[in-house]
Design a protein around this ligand. Structure first.
Ligand SMILES: Nc1ncnc2c1ncn2[C@@H]1O[C@H](COP(=O)(O)OP(=O)(O)OP(=O)(O)O)[C@@H](O)[C@H]1O
Ligand SMILES: [Mg+2]
Length: 391
């Protein structure tokens, strides 16, 4: 049975297309040039014969005899030059055929040159493709680092390098987060295990105390898991947006935390007119609660103050939570949003959080297309501003 499959066609690559484009353009311009040259030469190939009409200054019109003589002369001259005209036309045709052959050869040469030039122009692209193929999550630190002039291809390579740098930073952050989360989740479980081991080893243990301590540890584990869930919900932006009044949300959060503030001797001062904002009511309440909670628990030991302000500016709604407290350096403040990071201040056992409050606040703000800004206050304490889009 004869093989009826079609011959293998070359892939329709950019290199092939550029080559055909070069060759095609060369052929078209060659044909046009040839046609123009041929037409010009052909019009010049004939012989223009100029015959005096024989008129003399003596007679106004030539006599019959004179006219016959002129016609006869013209016929003879034409016969004389007919051979030359024919030779010219022949030469012209031969020239045309040779030019067509030369043009065909040059078109093939230009296709070959086009193939080489296109390959050279596209070489950086091939290098970029090969390098990008080798990059996976294990070697995200590799870069294309394309050398050469600052052209479109270098622009593309630099853009891909920028993307890789962002991806690398993101993956590193995710890994850090996963490691920290596992560590934090293991702590209450390990603590529970220790408490149970101690109780088992001591037959006279106080079971009430054990239950009490286990309950505390368990609550902490639940708090941590819930914080992680809120964080992932905010990161995924899986919530429905609605029009909310930010000042009402701030009021609700403040009221809820008022007993805690009183317990710690912290005064809360709230101000702000109704501010419309667009977003999830539950998440914005969580954001405000986290910030006010921080402002209370990370305040000075006695006589601290918290200012909660809502307002609107040209970009939308703004929530500001400010508190007195220890003097903080800008370097320390720039790291506080990092998950599981607690400040270097002495940590009293009753205020030791899981270190996710600000990370959650940041994620919620970003999920609402806003920004969270932390600045140390001159006299000590922190000022946190959540800039949200208005409704
Ligand atoms: N308003 C604030 N004033 C001073 N320091 C603050 C303030 N808010 C946060 N910090 C510092 O930033 C750290 C991180 O805050 P974050 O809210 O993320 O965690 P946390 O409060 O320690 O724990 P939790 O997850 O329970 O909120 C805190 O431990 C504290 O040192
Ligand atoms: Mg907190």
């Amino acid at each position: 049975m004869p093989d009826l499959t079609l011959p293998h066609l070359p892939a329709w690559t950019v290199r092939l297309r550029l080559t055909l484009l070069y060759g095609g353009l060369f052929l078209v311009s060659g044909v046009v040039l040839l046609a123009i040259t041929y037409l010009l030469f052909r019009s010049a190939a004939g012989v223009n014969l100029i015959f005096p009409n024989g008129a003399t200054h003596r007679s106004a019109s030539p006599s019959l005899n004179e006219a016959a003589t002129n016609l006869e002369a013209e016929r003879r001259v034409r016969a004389m030059y007919a051979g030359a005209v024919e030779r010219n036309t022949d030469l012209l045709h031969q020239g045309l055929i040779r030019s067509v052959v030369v043009l065909a050869i040059m078109t093939l040469v230009s296709i070959a040159l086009g193939w080489l030039v296109a390959g050279r122009v596209l070489r950086p692209l091939r290098v970029m493709t090969a390098t990008t193929r080798q990059i996976s999550e294990r070697n995200l630190n590799r870069r294309l680092a394309l050398a050469g002039p600052h052209d479109e291809l270098k622009d593309l390579a630099d853009t891909i390098d920028g993307l890789l740098a962002r991806l690398e930073a993101h993956v590193a952050e995710q890994r850090r987060f996963a490691a920290n989360a596992s560590h934090e989740l293991r702590t209450p479980l390990a603590l529970t295990q220790t408490l149970l081991d101690v109780a088992r080893a001591d037959p006279n243990h106080d079971s009430d105390e054990l239950v009490e301590r286990l309950a505390v540890v368990n609550t902490r584990a639940i708090d941590l898991t819930e914080a992680l869930l809120v964080l992932s919900r905010a990161d995924q932006r899986s919530f429905a947006s609605q029009r909310v009044d930010l000042s009402l949300i701030a009021e609700e959060a403040t009221e809820t935390l008022l007993p805690l503030a009183e317990k710690r001797g912290v005064t809360i001062e709230s101000s702000g007119a109704p501010v419309p904002a667009l977003g999830s009511r539950a998440l914005l309440l969580q954001l405000t609660t986290n910030l006010v909670h921080n402002a209370i628990v990370h305040n000075q030991p006695q006589g601290g103050t918290v200012w909660v302000t809502t307002g609107a500016d040209s970009e939308g709604a703004v929530l500001t939570v400010e508190n007195t407290g220890e003097q903080l350096t800008p370097e320390l403040v720039s790291t506080l949003e990092e998950p599981f990071l607690r400040g270097s201040e002495r940590v009293r056992s009753d205020q030791a959080g899981v270190g996710l409050g600000l990370a959650i606040a940041k994620s919620i703000t970003q999920a609402h297309d806003g920004t969270l800004t932390l600045t140390p206050r001159i006299g000590g304490g922190l000022r946190v501003t959540a800039q949200l889009s208005g409704a």
